[in-house]
Design a protein around this ligand. Structure first.
Ligand code: VG1
Ligand code: CO
Length: 543
């Protein structure tokens, strides 16, 4: 549509991380900032002329205004159509599904996921391709390159589009279709799981609590769990999306989902508890008095997925990110299926899913998903758990005990040192990296080091190599520590220290995780010299 290109120049630092571009909201709101990045994305993917794209976000502060800018830019760049969630809302998995279902050229998802929202908090934007998944490393590199060369962007001068009303309107030559954000996703879930069986479970008096953390899954969870599956009213708490997530971190872990944890560890705890994050792609699972680590959850889902109609014929294979525990590997080995180990971030699962090599994948950061979309999917994981609970007649505790009995227990924990000065964080990583080659065969704190390396991944489908994906040190007996720097933060650096120890002695399966992991923690701190180099006494978040 008619417009004058706006002259601009490159803005430094528009480099996408683990999951798109994440910045302080005020940074994104600076003049030209959003426009530069959106135009660079459009240029990086080779233009949008004649294309249709999905647009939606997690409802955080600036979501609505950013969508209006993106729509006007798509129109000016010659797009034929945009499909937008009503009110600008779409969970990340729902957006992935819409892209696939409607066969669009991709979509823009506005979210900083589990990071807090608000004018003084975080905002994010990512592009997903036609398969519904996060842009690959190669496409991401093209987008970044475009941000360093941009000289103009295109934006239509037009009125705001009404995103509150379902239906189709025109924005110049582009059609804008506002859709119910929940309907297609809910239908997909119903096609995967045994809804009558889950309904019968709730009718029998099974009690659940789902904490939507004031984020995007509220409307999805209420519609599916309460309105369709008959869970009691009030099962979903914090179910109305708010621009600042009620002032909290919409991060489903025992630290930030404290209300839910307190209830699940209290008297009269419900049978099942779950929470999801800002954009609805993560899940936390907790039984009465029993937190399920995401790594164990992935293993349980792999072991029992056949109980749900969509996975009744078994799994083609599974994949996990490198820092995720080896629990799922042991389940895969027992089933005789392949288990792939990928770098952190969902973009690395896309090729394996597209090629039909894996059905299920997951990360230690509370992300689990399958080939039904190309993103991790929080509510999907919760529904698969419910299907398994309903079909097996077992409790969360029964399933956990059986997993550990049959496969051994991978004690697991992640220690995050957040907001570390960037130089100091790099000093920790560089120092350890320099020593890696000499570590094998040496002893530290009574543990013998088996191997030490820096993880690199060769994509088995397209052969692309990705290096520098985390320092890992393995000990005799199956313990391991991994160090990597977060790629989703907006200030300073976050060092993540992932700790794991396999225990197969049937008498030693119910120790507190911190105790079981203490020797590994001590060895990791000694090896990295982390405390002295960062000046920090301990982690801020332990999950
Ligand atoms: C973190 C997690 C990673 C996840 C990513 C995006 O990345 O560790 O497993 O894929 O967030 O998830 P990092 O680089 O900070 O470790 V989400 O729900 O924030 O889009
Ligand atoms: Co997320």
């Amino acid at each position: 549509m008619p417009h004058e290109p706006v002259t601009t120049k490159p803005i430094e630092g528009q480099k996408p991380g683990t999951s798109g571009l994440r910045k302080k909201t005020r940074t994104i709101m600076e003049p030209h900032y959003l426009e530069n990045y959106v135009q660079s994305t459009i240029d990086g993917i080779g233009g949008v002329s004649g294309a249709t794209l999905v647009v939606g976000g997690d409802g955080r502060y600036f979501n609505d205004r950013a969508i209006q800018v993106i729509l006007r830019m798509l129109a000016a760049n010659g797009a034929a159509g945009a499909i937008v969630g009503q009110g600008g809302l779409l969970s990340t998995p729902a957006a992935s599904h819409l892209i696939r279902k409607r066969g669009t050229a991709g979509g823009f998802i506005l979210s900083a996921s589990h990071n807090p929202g608000g004018i003084d908090a975080d905002f994010g934007l990512k592009f997903n391709g036609p398969n519904g998944g996060p842009a690959s490393e190669a496409v991401t590199a093209k987008i970044f390159e475009a941000t360093t060369k941009i000289s103009a962007y295109h934006i239509a001068e037009a009125q705001e589009v009404d995103l509150g009303t379902i239906g189709t309107t025109a924005l110049g030559g582009m059609s804008v279709e506002v859709v119910d954000p929940v309907a297609d996703y809910a239908a997909l879930m119903e096609s995967l799981f045994d809804f009558p069986k889950i309904k019968a479970l709730f009718t029998s008096g099974f009690r659940m609590r789902f904490d939507a953390m004031h984020a995007v899954t509220g409307p999805y969870a209420t519609a599916i769990l309460e309105d369709t599956l008959g869970a009691a009213k009030g099962t979903v708490i914090n179910g109305t999306p708010s621009p600042d997530f009620g002032g909290g971190h919409p991060d489903p872990n025992p630290v930030w989902a404290k209300t839910l944890m307190d209830e699940m560890y209290g008297d009269d705890a419900p049978d099942f508890g779950a929470a999801s994050d800002g954009d609805g792609d993560r899940n936390m699972i907790v039984g009465p008095h029993q937190y399920v680590t995401p790594s164990d959850s992935l293993a349980i889902l792999a072991a029992h997925a056949h109980r749900a109609p969509a996975y009744a014929s078994g799994l083609a294979g599974v994949a996990r990110s490198m820092p995720t525990s080896g629990a799922v590997d042991r389940v895969a080995a027992a089933q005789g299926i392949e288990c792939y180990e990928t770098p952190t971030g969902w973009k690395f699962f896309g090729n394996l899913l597209d090629a039909g090599r894996v059905t299920l994948c997951g990360e230690e950061s509370a992300g689990t998903g399958s080939d039904h979309v190309r993103e991790k999917d929080g509510l999907w994981a919760v529904l698969l758990w419910l299907n398994i609970l309903a079909d097996s007649g077992q409790s969360v505790a029964d399933l956990m005990a059986a997993l550990w009995r049959d496969y051994g227990r991978c004690y697991y924990s992640r220690h995050d040192y957040e907001d570390v000065e960037s130089d100091r964080a790099h000093a920790v990583m560089n120092g350890l990296r320099a020593r890696l080659a000499s570590l094998s065969g040496t002893q530290v704190g009574g543990l013998t080091i088996n191997f030490a390396d820096e993880f690199a991944y060769d994509d088995p489908v397209d052969g692309a190599r990705t290096e520098g994906q985390g320092l890992r040190i393995g000990f005799e007996g199956g313990a391991r520590v991994v160090f990597r720097l977060s790629g989703t933060g907006t200030v300073g650096a976050t060092i993540r220290m992932y700790l794991e120890r396999l225990e197969t002695d049937p008498e030693a399966l119910s120790q507190p995780a911190e105790e079981a992991l203490r020797p590994v923690v001590d060895a990791a701190l000694a090896l990295s010299d982390l405390k002295a180099l960062t000046g920090r006494d301990g982690p801020n978040v332990i999950t």
